[in-house]
Design a protein around this ligand. Structure first.
Ligand code: ADP
Ligand code: ZN
Length: 652
């Protein structure tokens, strides 16, 4: 018997497998999935067995030296999935296979075996309502038939989606099957986890906040079959759950499901690939599904499970839109200031939400709200202060930054960008009683500190919370009765074709934080674009209205779901070098619709200049071939890196 081995090291030259002979003494221990030590050149290397065969074209094979894992680390299905990932997301096979391998270092500690069960005491558990029952029955039938189906569970905020996940996981467990439940971010979704731990003994938690040792312990518990329910973030998708019966992605549209490093996979697409491979239903849940997923559900590729009403028919909070064109100079409108004052006087709490830090400066007419956009790409043009120009970050179209509005002809075009700090100053100087907590990526550089900040706010040590998207998720705090969205435009104006979708999602999620308990809530949205469909539809809690608008725009300009996207980022400390490689690549890539190269919206990150080439293609596989060939031919100058991102979510 011979073993087909891939080396753990990843490099272009090693992106293949090697045959080794198996010495008799090792034969019983070597299986597909074994970690082995092999001679390679003059050294020894670690590798993994991905196949066993009797035949090799090479005469003199070297022998495997030893086996480094007591039992196989992955199965044949994982190998097939890793092949698919490496092909689709354009990475080395070993990089994809590593997703399935145990994290961190093994510890010698052994724990007594505990097997998973549903807790005996389920009196906390609510009885599902009719809408929940329908969803649960469909999913459970699929679990029983061991059939793959992707379900989009589209349920408004507070409709009880988590209860559906729990019931389906319990059903799988009663059939001896395991489940994987993915959440976008552990720290921001404590309630989902608490509810799972309350209902099941012995779940495994897998996320990047754990120490490597804890992570490995959790992985081992799953690998040994002790824990059958895994709750975790993106990479928990690859946990070696025995007899998998169910895959769930909560808030399926979230960017955190897309890996920002190689392999740049999207857990949503990989979950579906796993579901197909293993005959397992995949449930994608959200109150604001991605346009792509909803489109596929409407077209019958996904099953659509709908939950239209909140539990106990609690009302969604009323949303008031405030036109900033009528407020001159203040960040907080007169109306919002009045409401803040009244709320604080009643001893209740306020959340002020900003869509993003003031990274980007866009040009907007302060008279009529006209936003300067690229005529070709329909994304907002960004102001580049050095050249005093507006530029499209997709196609490079440029225009002078003029004061005159092309729509209303007033001299009123201004530059827009607002930071959390400025809001904090304004609130602090206006309201004497305000005890403020600011929460953004700056204030959160220490891990875990957001939990402490949330607790301060929940306890009442603070009564105003000011923050970026971090405050939109998972927060369920009594006494929050006013939510102010300070500037809805700063997300609407992002140079990204998903800007409207993100704005709608964020506004809907942030509005879902208000009035969750006995006190009714209220939301005030400040904007220069009160008529924009993303804002108007969010204010009406109208997902369908939003979708119908958005899908037309996607079709007209050929964006997903009507085409696939591949984004190339060419980066270097040396700007001219990066641009040269980008230009050369463009000439070599043979495909229909290629935009750029153009400076990325965030042109320089950590000293690296970045250029984008955006390719629209209906034929991802063929286009990747062409990119691969171009990358082989092009002279990649010293210090230049080329990143290939398939189905990119981050366009900045
Ligand atoms: P979603 O995830 O859709 O926002 P949740 O799952 O958080 O909604 O449910 C909202 C609240 O309703 C939770 O406190 C949950 O425990 C409760 N709940 C869920 N289903 C039911 C039910 N059938 N009867 C009563 N309460 C329920
Ligand atoms: Zn453009």
């Amino acid at each position: 018997m011979l073993a087909e081995v891939v080396l753990a090291k990843s490099s272009k030259f090693l992106d293949k497998s090697y045959h080794y002979s198996i010495p008799e003494r090792l034969a019983p221990a070597i299986l597909v999935g074994s970690q082995v030590v092999v001679p390679f050149g003059k050294r020894t290397e670690t590798g993994f067995v991905i196949g066993l065969t009797d035949h090799s074209d090479i005469d003199k094979l070297k022998e495997i030296i030893e086996v480094a894992s007591p039992s196989p680390l992955f199965d044949a299905a994982s190998i097939r999935l890793a092949r698919w990932i490496s092909k689709y997301y354009f990475c080395f096979f070993i990089s994809a296979l590593k997703l399935f391998l145990p994290p961190g270092k093994k510890t010698s500690r052994t724990r007594p075996e505990e097997h998973q069960g549903e807790r005996q005491n389920k009196n906390t558990a609510p009885e599902p309502n009719e809408e929940q029952k329908m969803a649960i029955d469909k999913i459970n039938a699929c679990i029983d038939e061991e059939k793959h189906e992707t379900y989009l569970l589209y349920g408004v905020t507070g409709s009880g989606k988590t209860e559906v996940y729990i019931r389906a996981a319990a059903h799988a467990l009663s059939r001896g099957k395991g489940s994987i439940i993915l959440v976008p971010e552990i720290a921001l979704t404590p309630q989902v986890i608490e509810r799972f731990t309350a209902r099941f003994d012995n779940i495994a938690l897998l996320h990047s906040g754990l120490t490597p040792k804890r992570r490995r312990d959790e992985w081992d518990r799953v690998h040994r079959g002790e824990a059958k329910i895994v709750v975790g973030t993106r990479s928990a998708l690859f946990a070696p759950v025995k007899d998998l019966g169910l895959l769930v992605l909560d808030e399926e549209y979230e960017n955190t499901y897309k890996a920002e490093n190689n392999p740049r996979y999207n857990a949503r697409e990989v979950a579906i690939a796993i579901g197909k491979e293993k005959g397992v239903p995949v449930v994608l849940g959200s109150a604001t599904p991605s346009v792509e997923s909803y489109y596929l559900a409407l077209n019958g590729q996904y099953g659509l499970l709908k939950m239209d009403s909140r539990i106990d028919d609690r009302p969604l909070p009323p949303v008031e839109i405030l036109d900033l064109k009528e407020e001159k100079g203040w960040l907080l409108s007169h109306r919002l200031r009045e409401e803040i004052k009244a709320t604080l006087e009643k001893g209740e709490k306020v959340i002020l939400f900003l869509n993003r830090r003031g990274y980007f400066t866009t040009a907007i007419c302060k008279e009529c709200g006209y936003l300067v956009k690229c005529p070709n790409c329909s994304v907002s043009m960004l102001y580049h202060s050095a050249e005093r120009k507006l530029r499209c970050s997709h196609c490079g179209h440029e225009s002078a930054a003029s004061l005159v509005c092309p729509k209303c002809h007033h001299n009123a075009i201004g530059l827009l960008g607002t930071g959390t700090q400025r809001i904090e100053n304004e609130v602090a100087s206006t309201f004497k009683d305000a005890r403020i907590i600011r929460m953004d990526t700056d204030s959160l550089s220490k891990s875990g500190s957001h939990k402490e900040l949330f607790e301060l706010f929940a306890r009442g040590d603070a009564n105003v919370l000011i923050g970026t998207q971090l405050v939109t998720k998972g927060l369920d705090i009594a006494m929050v009765t006013l939510i102010g969205v300070v500037n809805a435009d700063s997300s609407l104006n992002l140079p990204d074709f998903r800007a409207a979708e993100r704005t709608f999602q964020q506004l809907t999620q942030v509005a879902g934080r208000a009035g969750r308990h006995h006190l009714p809530g209220k939301v005030i949205v400040q904007t220069y674009n009160p008529g924009h469909y993303a804002i108007a539809c969010a204010a009406r809690h109208d997902y369908k209205g939003f979708y119908e608008h958005e899908i037309k725009f996607r079709q007209a300009l050929s964006y997903p779901p009507f085409t696939g996207l591949i984004l190339l980022t060419i980066m270097s400390e040396d700007r001219p070098k990066a641009l040269k490689v980008a230009d050369d690549l463009k000439k070599l890539i043979q495909c229909g619709s290629l935009l750029g190269p153009t400076p990325a919206p965030i042109e320089k990150i950590r000293g690296q200049y970045r250029f984008h080439i955006l390719i629209k293609t209906a034929e991802t596989e063929g286009t990747l071939k062409s990119i691969e060939e171009a990358l082989e031919k092009v002279v990649v100058l010293n210090g230049v890196r080329v990143l290939v991102d398939v189905d990119p979510l981050n366009m900045l």
